[in-house]
Design a protein around this ligand. Sequence first.
Ligand code: H2B
Length: 99
Amino acid sequence: MPVPELDAAEIAQLLADHPQWSLAREGKAITRTFQFRDFSEAWGFMSRVALLAEAQDHHPEWFNVYAKVEVTLTTHDAGDVGGLSARDARLARSIDGIV
Ligand code: H2B
C-alpha cells in the first residue's frame, strides 16, 4: 500500500520537533544514535521500541554494539523508492518519549 511521502516543509517540521534526529540516505530516512550505560539498558530500550513498532506496524532499522543503538527510520512503502512518511514521525515521537 503506497504511503504519502512528507514534503519539504513537513520534513523541516519533523527535524525541528526532534532535534536529535538527522537526515540520512539523501533525505529518505532519519537517524539517531542512543548511548546507554551498558548492554542491559540498550536491550531494554530495544525491547520497548520493538513493542511500539509492532503496535504501530512500523519497524526500525537498527544496529547495536554493546551500549550503543543506532536507529534509522524510513518507510519502504513511501514514494517510488521509499522515503519519510508520517509513520516515521510518529515512531520517532514514540521513541523519544521512552528515553
Ligand atoms: N516498517 C517500515 N519501516 N516501513 C514500512 O514500509 C513498513 C514497516 N511496512 N513495517 C509495514 C511493516 C508493512 O509492510 C506491512 C505489510 O504493513
